[in-house]
Design a protein. Sequence first.
Length: 115
Amino acid sequence: VQLVESGGGLVQPGGSLRLSCAASGFTFSRYIMSWYRQAPGKERELVAAITSAGGITNYADSVKGRCTISRDNAKNTVYLQMNRLKPGDAVVYYCKVPLNGVDYWGKGTLVTVSS
């Protein structure tokens, strides 16, 4: 199982980024995918999740209305579109897939929000 996040970087407050997570090593289209984020010294928190076919999504209150999770099962990739970014969004973002009772994580991508 491999999850590789990309798309992080430096953005000004109010700007946008699209994160991607490329998956391999499992049947991507069968599994719920999630994005989490973690600030230094804090626990990892759920940002958004999407069901296997993409029909149902769920968001943390802190990003609701500003972020959209989506997936392309043909490309084995899940995305997180983030708009109106705030300084508090400047953390490391991870994607996760639960397989047979085990959570698999990528190495993360860093988002920096600064003017």
